[in-house]
Design a protein around this ligand. Structure first.
Ligand code: HDD
Length: 703
């Protein structure tokens, strides 16, 4: 019985990838009209009444024999599974990875053998600290977990949008995570690092200083997942067919360039649209604007590793791109949202130890620890050792093994033999040639609990990161540190942090100390290795230096009033869409406004539902009367004032000047205010928007 899927006939996907319609399957389950499936129990029994439980008399007790009620409530009671202990809030999408050229010289991993090879992918982006229901714009690291369903099994590259980590040894992971999560006695703050426990741990953990510079930078408040980089963080190995190893670090570069928001904006976005990042990815993919990242690899040998300033096994260090250029090897495209969030995004299980032959681990102690941790967590979360039977986790290549039974076993091999070797010539056998062979590195040493001396420099790269930022970015770091530490109630923790900052940049330490009201600077923190001054700044570390040269993928919010110029709006829309950006109309009332020429302008948002923080640039297309009325509305004044304060480009019709003025904005303040005097000006405005923000305004607005 073929039927068109409808909202009421949602699909169930079995582990065999058969799609069954809910309620489908035979005439008994059809209504007389034949178009609406009959509601059934999970056992398939048709249900007569789903509105009333079975009672003894209409006001009497509920009967125990009401198996439909019992099953319905039983199932509902068990809908939740534990959220991830970290990275609980996430959003995923399907896509593919396309290999540019053969990398056979470096790796025998099948996905890298042939130019043009396409490997199915599932990617989940996440924040680390917050619960599943927390807001997207928390100041936090973003997870960037990629599952590639290769022909040699799944490869999970479980990375972040920051190339370093807080700690050098996985044994400290529970401590760093406990410290950032809500404090155990009071259960707050949620999705925030701005509290005593986090900064206490950090201030007692100097190895975190490099990471802290990144987390206090705008990297931790990305404009969207589409505009951020990803990193595998650790040094891995490529191993070729001759069993030769090359070290490799993985990078993802967004095609649309890097972009972040500012903190004042982030706080407001969290209120206006806590799902800002989710919605952005959903809208981009559903409208056919598929986000794309390029995979680039830093390849190096043992000689390079030996000569490099820092230990390549230390996950708190990078190899600057200017020293070792990342080579493009392929692209990742996300082109399909999951059919069901729970089945796919929630149940996807990433594990660092999932690597195909040709990709191997280094001795990075953080990576080694991760390889232990990720298997445990899947059992806890998904409840059965058979979590690989879930379609999202199952390999897409043929697989054969003798693992069997257990809770929810759904892929059970047929036949008599479930072991090997066996005398019946049945079942799979291992293949020394094609199977995974660990790189045969020679290891020896005493059993010790020691941190390598080569891991001891905690400040030099933190300083290098800070000095690689542009002026506005350095200011943002200072402001972020001040904000976070202002929430710390214990003075000694604040002072300890300033003592660390003195080892990174004196000016930064002084600014933060001044804002925190610390009158006398403490002595710099004791450093096992003196911070170095000779590391060259790395421009690749700045977001502003690596912005795009187009406005593609961005969004303009156009505030209209009754009597607005519809043809000007049309021209603006054409210019915006030609750039690959999107326009959304904001109006005083739901539905839209009547234009001067009598036509109707449809609006997507009402002003207080569409504040300017949701847009990359704004335009004010208002009539004289409209402007006058809008000056009386707080939401309209905020729309303008926020756009200006967040250094956004603002186009405006001459009639909008009173609104600008009421919002405290001088229409001639700077080149970021673009008068829409004629149709040509719409194009000029969009070209101006390519700069994304007018950072020169920042000092004036004291962001
Ligand atoms: Fe982790 C999840 C990334 C260190 C233990 N981690 C998790 C996710 C990402 C990362 C992106 C979410 C995956 C998803 O979307 O399902 N983790 C990292 C990076 C690290 C890192 C880039 C350092 C370079 N993690 C790390 C350590 C440990 C863990 C040192 C433990 C020893 N991570 C976990 C975990 C999680 C996890 C507890 C929680 C949910 C999950 O694994 O599936 O096992």
């Amino acid at each position: 019985m073929a039927k068109t899927p409808s909202a009421s006939a949602r699909k169930l996907v079995t582990v065999h990838d058969q799609k069954l319609e809910r309620g489908g399957g035979g005439e008994l389950h059809q209504t007389a009209a034949g178009d609406t499936p009959i509601l059934t129990t999970a056992q398939g029994g048709p249900v007569a009444d789903d509105q009333n439980s079975l009672k003894i008399g209409s006001r009497g007790p509920t009967a125990l024999e009401d198996f439909h009620f019992r099953e319905k409530i039983f199932h509902f009671d068990h809908e939740r599974i534990p959220e991830r202990v970290v990275h609980a809030r996430g959003y995923g999408a399907h896509g593919y990875f396309e290999t540019y050229d053969s990398l056979a010289a470096y790796t025998r991993a099948d996905l890298f053998q042939r130019a043009g090879e396409k490997t199915p992918a599932f990617v989940r982006f996440s924040t680390v600290a917050g619960s599943k229901g927390s807001a997207d714009l928390a100041r936090d690291v973003r997870g960037f977990a990629v599952k590639l369903y290769t022909k040699q099994g799944n490869w999970d590259l479980v990375g972040n949008n920051i190339p370093v980590f807080f700690i050098q040894d996985a044994i400290k992971f529970p401590d760093i995570i406990h410290s950032v999560k809500p404090e155990p006695d009071r259960a707050f703050p949620q999705a925030q690092s701005a509290h005593d426990n986090f900064w206490d741990f950090i201030s007692l953990t100097p190895e975190s200083m490099h990471m802290i510079m990144w987390v206090m930078s705008d990297r931790a408040i990305p404009r969207s997942f589409r505009f951020m980089e990803g990193f595998g963080v650790h040094t891995f190995r490529f191993v070729n067919a001759k069993d030769e190893s090359t070290f490799v670090k993985f990078h993802w570069k967004p095609k649309l360039g890097l972009q972040s928001v500012v903190w004042n904006e982030a706080v407001k976005i969290n209120g206006a649209d806590p799902d800002f990042h989710r919605r952005d990815l959903w809208q981009a993919i559903q409208s056919g604007n598929f986000p794309e990242w390029e995979m680039r690899v830093q390849l190096f040998d043992q000689d390079f590793a030996d000569s490099f300033d820092f230990d390549v096994l230390d996950p708190t260090k990078i190899i600057p791109e200017e020293i070792l250029e990342p080579v493009p090897v392929g692209r990742l495209v996300l082109d399909r949202m999951p059919d069901n969030f729970f089945a796919e995004t929630e149940q996807v299980a990433f594990m660092t130890q999932n690597v195909p032959p040709g990709i191997d681990f280094s001795n990075d102690p953080l990576l080694q620890g991760r390889n232990f941790s990720y298997l445990d967590t899947q059992l806890k979360r998904l409840g059965s050792a058979n979590f690989t039977h879930l379609p999202i986790n199952a390999p897409k290549c043929p697989f054969h093994h003798f693992q069997q039974d257990g809770h929810m076993a759904m892929r059970n091999p047929v036949g008599r033999v479930n072991y090997q070797p066996n005398s019946f010539g049945e079942g799979p056998r291992e293949s020394p040639r094609q199977g995974f062979r660990s790189f045969a590195d020679a290891e020896e040493g005493q059993k010790v609990r020691l941190r390598a001396e080569s891991f001891a420099d905690h400040y030099s790269q933190a300083r290098q990161f800070f000095h690689s930022q542009t002026g506005p970015e350095q200011r943002h770091i200072a402001m972020a540190l001040t904000f976070e530490l202002s929430k710390v109630e214990t003075p000694v923790i604040r002072e300890r942090m300033v003592a660390h900052l003195l080892n990174i940049d004196e000016g930064l330490a002084e600014t933060v100390a001044d804002k925190l009201g610390i009158k006398k600077l403490p002595a710099p923190a004791a450093a096992a290795v003196a911070p170095r001054d000779d590391l060259q700044p790395s421009p690749a570390l700045s977001i502003i230096e690596n912005g795009p040269d187009s406005f593609a993928g961005r969004k303009v919010g156009v505030l209209v009033s009754p009597g607005a110029d519809a043809s000007l709006l049309k021209k603006l829309q054409t210019a915006i869409e030609k750039e690959g950006a999107v326009m959304e109309v904001v109006a005083p009332k739901v539905g839209g406004v009547e234009a001067a020429d009598g036509s109707w302008i449809e609006a997507r948002h009402m002003i207080d539902g569409g504040p300017s923080v949701l847009f990359d640039a704004v335009a004010l297309l208002v009539s004289e009367q409209g402007a006058e009325r809008l000056t009386g509305e707080a939401a309209a004044r905020d729309f303008v004032a926020d756009a200006f304060a967040h250094c956004k480009f603002i186009a405006f019709t001459p009639e909008a000047v009173p609104l600008l003025e009421k919002a405290g904005v001088d229409a001639e303040a700077d080149e970021g205010l673009v008068p829409l005097v004629d149709a040509k000006a719409t194009k000029a405005f969009v070209e101006t928007c390519r700069k994304l923000r007018l950072w020169g305004r920042e000092k004036a607005v004291k962001l």
